[in-house]
Design a protein around this ligand. Structure first.
Ligand SMILES: *[C@@H]1O[C@H](CO)[C@@H](O)[C@H](O)[C@H]1NC(C)=O
Ligand SMILES: *[C@@H]1O[C@H](CO)[C@@H](O)[C@H](O)[C@H]1NC(C)=O
Ligand SMILES: *[C@@H]1O[C@H](CO)[C@@H](O)[C@H](O)[C@H]1NC(C)=O
Ligand SMILES: *[C@@H]1O[C@H](CO)[C@@H](O)[C@H](O)[C@H]1NC(C)=O
Ligand SMILES: *[C@@H]1O[C@H](CO)[C@@H](O)[C@H](O)[C@H]1NC(C)=O
Ligand SMILES: *[C@@H]1O[C@H](CO)[C@@H](O)[C@H](O)[C@H]1NC(C)=O
Ligand SMILES: *[C@@H]1O[C@H](CO)[C@@H](O)[C@H](O)[C@H]1NC(C)=O
Ligand SMILES: *[C@@H]1O[C@H](CO)[C@@H](O)[C@H](O)[C@H]1NC(C)=O
Ligand SMILES: *[C@@H]1O[C@H](CO)[C@@H](O)[C@H](O)[C@H]1NC(C)=O
Length: 363
């Protein structure tokens, strides 16, 4: 009896560490105790702007899969552009690519509700939004969207209204335990103490240049905000988090830029090749003596970009809970549907885009 009791007790004790080890934060148990600012997050550039079969693979899209699929695959930062428009007679905040006449994917509040649904179903995950504030929405206007989406309960409010050292941010586990798992940065925003969870991006973050058109153009040098531009040491001592842009544009006529999909596989690769994400992370890690806080990519699933991020976080062998969508870039050549209009879809969109640009520019 006593010995079997002892064995049961030992067996029970043995299960405890196993149970704890299964608890993952942002897809790895190794990340729970790490500071939010001391983790490399995979960011989906222009997350809601999707190029897929239903829009004939528009060349205005930066991703092939929607934000829900991105999150389930391991993306933890979503960027988007917020524009003011007027469908109905009232002004509304929509997610539009460059212009709401070019690509309007609907209301900000609808997208926020989609993210809330994902957060509801994934209680151990911390997600960050980076909203490009194209029409200078006030904090109150953005807050109304969060309220309408029912997502305010998840918002994280920083301890300080100015930058703190990256390792001083709370750990993922602290944010999860507090239920404040949604971090929001807005570029740019007049911070309002009534809505302290809405953080002005460039108060807390610096970025390298984002307008690159060649694999040899990537640089680690600070570009924004202007107070740290060109000065690596100033950027580090400002305590801001480093957002590393890593996507390429292809220059079209009339100043229109579309994602460079021809170089995509190399751009998102974990390797050390020219322009590769893995190489770019290594380069910038040497420059700053710390890993980037976020890498922002187009078509996140290609590469896969998450491999470089897992390597940066040293969690390549401990990730769990992701749903992969493969690494194939999807365009009209990858679909067999007879209804697909082939390359005409992208071309038509480009032509419409040019007409819009001509109208906007008054040419
Ligand atoms: C920061 O991350 C490194 C691993 O890259 C880890 O060794 C260190 O303990 C972390 N520090 C904090 C405060 O999270
Ligand atoms: C996102 O995409 C998935 C798979 O393609 C689809 O099942 C889901 O309905 C989409 N979600 C939204 C909110 O569009
Ligand atoms: C395809 O893209 C459109 C946006 O243009 C989006 O509304 C739709 O949900 C996407 N389909 C899937 C399956 O994600
Ligand atoms: C928005 O509405 C105003 C009047 O309410 C109108 O003058 C303007 O042209 C509209 N803008 C767009 C982009 O529809
Ligand atoms: C958790 O919530 C408490 C109470 O609101 C707050 O004092 C504390 O700073 C929060 N911690 C984090 C990491 O947000
Ligand atoms: C980008 O790369 C191209 C091709 O290598 C080069 O001609 C151009 O000068 C580069 N631009 C910058 C800003 O580095
Ligand atoms: C290639 O990447 C690995 C992993 O980051 C790094 O250790 C190595 O120094 C890199 N090699 C070169 C030549 O950049
Ligand atoms: C990293 O730095 C090396 C050496 O300067 C350079 O050859 C390579 O192109 C850089 N990689 C990226 C992606 O910028
Ligand atoms: C991960 O697993 C691979 C294959 O089992 C092994 O070669 C590698 O050393 C492991 N890496 C780490 C960081 O444990």
């Amino acid at each position: 009896m006593p010995s079997s009791f002892l064995l049961s007790a030992i067996a029970l004790l043995a299960t405890i560490p196993a149970t704890l080890a299964q608890t993952a934060c942002n897809n790895s148990p190794d990340l729970c105790a790490r500071s939010y600012g001391n983790i490399t997050h995979l960011g989906a550039h222009d997350s809601p702007f999707i190029s897929n079969a239903s829009n004939s693979y528009t060349s205005s899209g930066n991703q092939n899969y929607n934000s829900t699929v991105q999150l389930s695959a391991g993306v933890r930062l979503l960027s988007a552009q917020v524009h003011k428009t007027n469908s109905s007679s009232n002004a509304e905040y929509h997610l539009c690519h460059s212009s709401c006449d070019l690509l309007d994917v609907g209301r900000l509040r609808t997208w926020l509700a989609e993210i809330k649904t994902w957060l509801d179903g994934n209680p151990n995950e911390v997600v960050t939004l980076l909203l490009v504030n194209s029409d200078s929405a006030s904090a109150a206007s953005l807050d109304a969207e969060y309220t309408a989406a029912g997502i305010k309960g998840y918002t994280y409010t920083p301890a300080s209204t100015s930058a703190i050292t990256p390792t001083s941010w709370p750990t993922l586990q602290q944010m999860i335990s507090n239920g404040t798992r949604l971090v929001t940065f807005v570029a740019s925003l007049t911070q309002d103490s009534t809505y302290p969870y809405l953080m002005d991006e460039f108060t807390y973050i610096f970025e390298n240049a984002y307008e690159n058109t060649s694999p040899s153009n990537f640089s680690c040098t600070p570009d924004r905000p202007s107070s740290v531009k060109g000065n690596t040491a100033t950027a580090v001592s400002s305590n801001r988090l480093f957002l590393q842009n890593h996507f390429l544009y292809e220059q079209q006529a009339f100043g229109i830029q579309t994602p460079d999909t021809a170089d995509l596989t190399g751009t998102n690769s974990v390797s050390n090749g020219t322009g590769a994400l893995g190489s770019a992370i290594s380069n910038c890690t040497s420059v700053y003596s710390r890993k980037p806080w976020t890498v922002l990519v187009d078509f996140f699933h290609v590469g896969p970009a998450i491999s470089s991020v897992d390597r940066a976080n040293s969690v390549s062998n401990s990730t769990t809970g992701r749903t992969s969508v493969g690494t194939t870039y999807l365009d009209s050549s990858t679909t067999t549907s007879a209804a697909a209009p082939g390359k005409g879809g992208a071309t038509t969109t480009l032509v419409i885009g040019m007409i819009v640009m001509v109208m906007v520019m008054g040419l």
